[in-house]
Write a protein that binds this ligand. Structure first.
Ligand code: AQP
Length: 328
């Protein structure tokens, strides 16, 4: 089985990225060959400070490895190191329609506060097409992502089918793979919006690099629902989110946790939740610190990864160029 996914180096990773994506990336590397990408060309669809972007790229590589990615089993690489991503992105632009892209909810969310279209970049609008290229180049069977990216994978499937129909069989149609629990972790300050790296307040997320004190403070400040009992439900979005985080990290089901916290109140729940988060992240944080001290090793892993990724991507591109009639 071939697996493909990516993460943007657009800031520090948070618990949502970990539970929705990274955790399953690591589990899946034993089920097939995985290509995991640091999608820097996606990150620049919104303004990035150049030196910070380079730093975030290395930091994300360290985070993948600290979480358990084995560079012998999986291919870890930087998107911009494999030029075929941009090339296939352009070709897919010629079959994707404006109407399809206008329907993408991530684009709508990211531009919802913006007055007029004047300052919105074409790159941000076109983000899902480049993502389709990232995926289709590696002919993956599955694409593990958080729920917010599901619509983009559906568009990828649609574009692959359209290309195959118009030019002949070229791309495998990939399946999306979501976590059963944790596919959509919500913001701690607003349980109706997803936890996000680019949220305006750091109280929205728990960064994977947050220290114990910060984690305790952020969880203590997290909004809760009215009432006193620690229970999940449609009318309890904040508690459901916190219980989901605890459930995934502790491997205890939500009903088990509800029973455990019966009659104990929110303060006791938040205290235990903070301890669970701190303990769960500690091994990853230690490993991350070590890896950040060896940038040359990180760069070597990325170089090897790009080499391996390129060998697959160039083959797919050769076929695609041939099919659409580009002269050799
Ligand atoms: N809140 C979330 N819950 C579960 N999964 C999530 N993911 C993101 N947020 C959540 C998943 O993490 C992977 C990497 O995401 P990304 O870096 O490609 O960008 P994103 O989806 O736009 O995530 P962010 O954190 O909100 O980044 P910014 O703020 O830079 O846009 C994806 O698989 C995603 O589904």
């Amino acid at each position: 089985m071939t697996i493909l996914s990516g993460i943007q180096p657009s800031g520090v990773l948070h618990l949502g990225n970990y539970l929705g994506a990274l955790k399953q990336f690591i589990a899946l590397q034993n089920e097939g060959h995985a290509y995991y990408c640091i999608v820097d060309l996606h990150a620049i669809t919104v303004p990035q400070e150049p030196e910070q972007l380079r730093q975030n790229t290395l930091s994300l590589a360290a985070m993948y490895l600290a979480a358990g990615l084995d560079p012998q089993k999986s291919t870890l690489f930087v998107q911009s190191h494999v030029k075929e991503h941009a090339e296939l992105g352009w070709i897919l632009n010629t079959i994707a329609t404006m109407g399809e892209l206008e329907r993408m909810t991530q684009f709508k969310d990211k531009t919802s506060g913006v007055k007029g279209q004047g300052s919105v970049t074409v790159g941000l609008f076109d983000y899902p097409v480049l993502m389709a290229a990232d995926i289709l180049l590696y002919q993956p069977h599955i694409v593990p992502v958080g729920e917010d990216q599901q619509q983009h994978v559906e568009l990828t499937r649609e574009l692959a089918k359209r290309f195959n129909h118009r030019f002949g069989e070229t791309f495998r149609i990939p399946e999306v793979r979501l976590q059963k629990e944790g596919a959509r972790i919500m913001g701690l300050d607003n349980p109706n919006k997803k936890m996000s790296k680019s949220a305006s307040s750091p109280n929205n997320y728990i960064a994977l690099t947050d220290d114990a004190e910060t984690i305790k403070k952020k969880i203590a400040k997290a909004v809760t629902d009215s009432g006193t009992e620690v229970i999940s439900g449609k009318d309890k979005p904040a508690l459901t989110n916190l219980l989901t985080i605890m459930s995934v990290l502790s491997s205890k089901s939500i009903p088990q946790l509800e029973k455990h916290f019966a009659g104990k109140g929110y303060a006791a729940f938040k205290k235990e939740l903070a301890e669970t988060v701190i303990e769960s992240l500690a091994p990853l944080q230690n490993e991350y610190q070590k890896l950040m001290g060896t940038p040359q090793t990180l760069k070597k892993i990325l170089e090897d990864g790009a080499h391996r990724a390129r060998s697959v991507a160039t083959k797919t591109m050769e076929q695609a160029r041939e099919k659409i009639g580009l002269l050799k």
